[in-house]
Design a protein around this ligand. Structure first.
Ligand code: 1CP
Length: 332
């Protein structure tokens, strides 16, 4: 059994597996080279030769315990028929939602559009068999997907007032969930053996709406994934109350952002944890990396824990620092 399964299925505390959010990406020169030659990001995500290669790049360098399929949460709106484009130095830009024949995109049409993603998962899954490592499939949580679909760009830039209509939000979230379930099922069918749900913009939701927009939609997906006998990691980034999230949503693993008070949370929850090193720490020096990494490992010494960052690897990270981090965790 691989290390992540030991932690997730058996609650093992003896070894700490490690993988990193955004472990495949712009901080790797071998990725930047491919990216330079492939300016259309969506097309790249649909390239059945390059996606497996990019997915496996970090595993060739580092002794990490999982591959996460190289793709994007915005492949979902793309699959439904909304235009998605990634502009250099700006981020994602989405087309008008009014032009999307949202609820009429049928299941087969959606799957057909994303078929290259599933074929890539199958390929990676085959090449991981002998390595005894996990293959993580992923989706964006319904709220986070809705934010991009309505806002049509990163909420970091500006927040559209359309997102204030709770009734309409709830209706759209139900439609999004329908397609998310198809996307999840297809990833599992092709070899993903664990699913992570990224609710990157959970922190934007106020207390009053957190049940409708965060807890209920995540809980519905968690129940669905568990019914397929696959564990599910939830990452409700910057949500106001992690303990309440866990009680309401009941994920297999909770991924903690870097603002979480880990001393407190380890006393309050029982389920396996993941996280939560601040990615900015990797931009500093080895002494600082060591100090902060050991603090996390010590904190979760007697708790089932998957080492990870509190958000994605930053593009300016030196790969040597990741190598150092992985070795630290493995030698602990
Ligand atoms: O070269 C480039 O400009 C592309 C950069 C890039 C990459 C490498 C984007 C655009 N997406 C990805 C890959 C990606 N995205 C992965 C690959 C697997 C891995 O982790 O190695 C994953 C898991 C994602 C998930 C994702 N996409 C999230 C959730 C995680 C998070 O960062 O909070 C989100 C919010 C997105 C949207 C997105 N896609 C890309 C960008 C730059 C963004 C964020 C835009 C924003 O800040 O709002």
């Amino acid at each position: 059994m691989n290390l992540i399964k030991k932690v997730v299925n058996e609650g093992s505390t003896t070894q700490k597996p490690i993988w990193l959010m955004r472990q495949a990406g712009r901080y790797l020169p071998e990725f930047r080279k491919i990216r330079k030659e492939n300016s259309d990001f969506i097309k790249l995500c649909l390239n059945e030769i390059l996606v497996p290669e990019i997915t496996l790049q970090p595993l060739k360098r580092f002794n990490i315990d999982a591959a996460i399929i190289f793709s994007d949460i915005l492949m979902l709106p793309y699959g439904i028929g909304q235009e998605v484009e990634f502009k250099k130095n700006f981020g994602p830009i989405l087309g008008e939602l009014e032009n999307v024949n949202f609820s009429s995109t049928d299941e087969n049409e959606f799957t057909e559009k994303l078929l290259p993603v599933y074929r890539s998962i199958k390929k990676v899954s085959h090449s991981l068999i002998s390595q005894n490592k996990s293959l993580i499939g992923f989706v964006g949580a319904p709220w986070t997907i809705l934010v991009y679909m309505l806002n049509k760009q990163s909420p970091k830039k500006e927040l559209n007032s359309k997102l204030e209509n709770l009734k309409e939000n709830k209706r759209l979230i139900q439609v999004i969930i329908k397609y998310l379930k198809i996307h999840i099922k297809n990833q599992i069918k092709n070899g993903a053996d664990i699913i992570q749900i990224f609710d990157s913009w959970a922190g934007l939701v106020n207390k009053k709406d957190v049940g409708d927009l965060i807890y209920k939609p995540n809980a519905e997906l968690v129940e669905f994934i568990k019914s397929l006998n696959i564990p599910v990691i939830c990452f409700p980034r910057e949500t106001k109350n992690y303990v309440e999230f866990i009680n309401e949503v009941n994920p297999s693993v909770i991924s903690l952002d870097y603002n979480v008070d880990i001393k407190r949370i380890v006393k309050e929850i029982k389920i396996p944890t993941q996280g939560n090193l601040d990615p900015k720490i990797l931009l500093s020096d080895v002494n600082n990396i060591k100090k902060n990494t050991l603090a996390i490992l010590d904190n979760f010494k007697d708790h089932p824990h998957i080492f990870n960052l509190g958000h994605g690897v930053l593009p300016q990270t030196d790969p040597n620092m990741i190598e150092y981090l992985v070795k630290l965790v493995k030698d602990y």
